[in-house]
Design a protein around this ligand. Structure first.
Ligand code: ATP
Ligand code: MG
Ligand code: FE
Length: 351
């Protein structure tokens, strides 16, 4: 399969061409990302209307660039994959409509991809990770533990009861006076800081499920930020916050690994982390240690494919095409679209 992927669900306009081989390995032929960070930075967050307009202006050129860098013609493609949700619906509609137009014009199948499915397969872009695996999905809008049996087959075993991990990074970064997007800025500020300098609440510690909570940490960090008196203390608070988030992700993942190992006895145990927060080096390191202790292999996507990109969308599309799946040209844009529909229906407040 050779698939053109399009991603426009948030503040990145992205296009990529990915080739999926019969043995399950893949090759990224091109991956072009136009970030709108500069356009949104003055507002401290993503402005939906600005994002949608920028996608409209950018999607054509970005796609042409991805095709040219891939060095393949449209006749070499076997499908077009576009993010159909969840995300900002104005942006999703731009990429999805563009993808439908390409599919119609070239007589190619369309795959309407769930953005979270893209994150779920993203570790497979850089390394051979076979199904099934236990996935920690930590992005700007989601913080979930999922058992992944294959593309489109996920069972959620834990989710956040308040903020997502990336959202916590972003909000706490803001109280520290850091620019949007806060996660990478906070990681930079944390460099050389003393992570044990400030005591922060350890949320849900000892709770028997695999859920997450970051609101108490956010409140505590905001209070501490007000009392800072030196630059050193700022570094230390950033380091303390980063470590607190990493520890919670590791603690909850540890619980999930223990449960997963019981239900997957005798099988190879694989742990995967994906989403923007997987780019954080402290988070990666602590999760890697935790997985090693539990006898799980550990895989994170290449850095460039942690945050939003179109290569992961192309790969999810290619994997679905390989299973004989495609979508009709009137596939709808879905602002809300949980990966595990059954779990979301059972507990609609914890999507
Ligand atoms: P979703 O995928 O849930 O719809 P999204 O697409 O906005 O949300 P991603 O692009 O996967 O999310 O990730 C962006 C998030 O990752 C932001 O919250 C950002 O602050 C965070 N992030 C990115 N890099 C880092 C880093 N190095 N350390 C911590 N957080 C980071
Ligand atoms: Mg983004
Ligand atoms: Fe994302």
């Amino acid at each position: 399969q050779t698939v053109l992927g399009l991603e426009t669900s948030c503040d990145e306009t992205a296009a990529a061409v990915v080739r999926l081989h019969a043995d399950g390995t893949s090759e990224v032929l091109s991956s072009v990302i136009a970030s709108q960070i500069a356009a949104h930075a003055p507002y401290g967050g993503v402005v939906p209307e600005i994002a949608a307009r920028a996608h409209v202006e950018g999607v054509d050129g970005i796609t042409a660039e991805a095709m040219s860098q891939a060095g393949v013609g449209y006749d070499a493609l076997t499908g077009v994959a576009a993010t159909a949700g969840p995300g900002l619906v104005g942006g999703v509609m731009v990429g999805l409509s563009f993808g439908k137009a390409v599919a119609l014009a070239r007589g190619l199948p369309l795959i309407a991809v769930n953005h979270l499915e893209g994150h779920a397969v993203s570790a497979r872009l850089g390394a051979q990770v076979d199904y099934p695996f236990l996935l920690l999905l930590v992005s700007g809008g989601h913080c979930q533990l999922l058992e992944v049996e294959g593309v489109g087959a996920c069972r959620r075993i834990g989710t956040t009861i308040d903020d997502a991990a990336g959202e916590a990074f972003d909000k706490i970064a803001k109280t520290l006076g850091l620019p949007y997007p806060g996660g990478p800025a906070l990681e930079k500020l944390a460099e050389g800081g003393d992570a044990e300098r400030f005591v922060l609440p350890r949320m849900l510690l000892g709770r028997k499920d695999c859920d997450f909570s970051f609101s108490g940490l956010k409140t505590a960090a905001a209070r501490l930020a007000e009392g800072l008196t030196s630059d050193d203390e700022r570094h230390d608070l950033a380091a303390s916050v980063q470590t607190a988030i990493a520890r919670q992700l590791a603690e909850r993942s540890d619980r999930a690994m223990a449960a997963y190992a019981e239900t997957h006895g005798g099988q190879e145990l694989r742990f995967v982390v994906a989403g923007g927060v997987a780019a954080n080096k402290s988070v990666r390191a602590l999760l890697q240690q935790t997985a090693a202790k539990r006898g799980f292999s550990f895989t994170a996507p290449p850095m460039a494919f942690c945050t939003d990109n179109a290569a992961m969308i192309a790969l999810a599309g290619a994997e679905r095409l390989a299973l004989g799946q495609a979508d009709p040209l009137d596939a709808p844009a879905r602002p809300r679209w949980p990966l595990d529909q059954a779990a979301a229906l059972a507990n609609p407040t914890h999507v």
